[in-house]
Design a binder for this molecule. Structure first.
Ligand code: NAI
Length: 289
């Protein structure tokens, strides 16, 4: 069974390099027309020009695909609107949005200033919100849409020096959890990818030898599946070096302590309250295709 994107239009943010570039190339190879967005700045979000997005567009065209470049920032509301408008003017529909653009401003929380916290939220979380907001009415009208949130193990499980990044990344999962419900009746499916891959973002973090087995192109098959017509809705897919698994927000059985519950009752039943036996995911609408 081969999965085709003929006739589909995709926007991939932050697609001038790393993971986004791989997603854009694969979608284009399978027939999608692609908007390649990238601010083209440094890893902390400073600077920028459209050279990175234009280079990927050239790669796509050289391989016989169709693409347009956009050098705007996902945190510029007007810019995002005009990017979406440009895609509509050119191709008349938008089927896929991959929210992938991201920056890092790592520091321990004690040393982090609020400007760096806000900047990271603004790109990852608000960037995803603004791009999604711009395509949402179009997807509703079409009765079709596939949206990807690029989350991170740092958001799901925590990582030293990444309070800003982790908050933004888990915020994207919270955003997805309601979009999956609100979009379902219009066949808009929203899923999340939690990747680990060797890119400029992880240079120096993943050891060089291990990094050779962890190319960004090994994440793309999972992401592209989540962009397909048979995509599930509301799944957090983890991907690293060719391994794929699902992460869940689960709850346990818990214990009912009655109407006269006291603080001491909670303390006395702590083991039962937190017991992981029989945990199950909650409110997952649709786990399969
Ligand atoms: P990358 O740095 O190569 O890619 C991020 C891209 O986003 C860059 O090309 C950058 O220019 C672009 N960008 C930054 N701010 C932007 C803005 N305001 N508007 C438009 N574009 C902007 O790094 P990588 O690894 O490919 O990251 C892609 C996504 O995957 C990010 O959201 C990152 O947080 C996430 N991620 C990556 C992991 C990894 O192991 N590489 C782990 C977990 C998450």
């Amino acid at each position: 069974m081969s999965i085709s994107f003929e006739g589909k239009v995709a926007i991939v943010t932050g697609a001038g390099g790393g993971l986004g570039r791989c997603h854009a190339l694969e979608l284009a190879k399978r027939g999608a027309r692609v908007v390649v967005n990238d601010l083209g700045g440094a890893m902390d979000g400073s600077g920028g020009n459209s050279a990175a997005s234009e280079a990927v567009v050239e790669e796509i065209r050289a391989a016989g695909g169709e693409a347009i470049a956009n050098g705007g920032s996902v945190s510029d509301e007007q810019g995002v609107q005009s990017m979406v408008q440009a895609a509509m003017d050119q191709w008349g529909r938008i089927d896929i949005l991959i929210n992938n653009a991201g920056i890092l401003r790592d520091r321990s929380f004690a040393k982090m200033d609020l400007a760096d916290f806000r900047a990271v939220l603004e790109v990852h979380l608000m960037g995803a919100v603004m791009a999604t907001k711009a395509v949402w009415p179009i997807m509703r009208e079409q009765g079709y849409g596939r949206i990807i949130m690029t989350t991170s193990p740092s958001g799901l499980f925590g990582n030293f020096g990444q309070t800003n990044y982790g908050a933004a990344k888990l915020g994207m999962v919270g955003f997805m959890n309601t979009l999956k419900i609100e979009g379902a009746k219009n066949n808009i499916h929203t899923n999340a990818i939690a990747p680990v891959a060797m890119t400029r973002m992880t240079e120096g973090l993943i050891p060089e030898e291990a990094g050779k087995q962890m190319g960004p192109e090994l994440i793309t098959p999972g992401v592209v599946y989540l962009c397909s017509e048979e995509a599930p809705n509301g799944v957090i897919l983890q991907a690293a070096g060719g391994k794929f698994s699902a992460a869940y927000i689960v709850e346990n059985e818990g214990v009912s302590l009655g109407q006269d519950v006291t603080v001491e009752d909670v303390a006395a039943h702590w083991d039962q309250i937190t017991d992981l036996t029989g945990v199950k995911p909650r409110n997952m609408l649709q786990l399969g295709g």
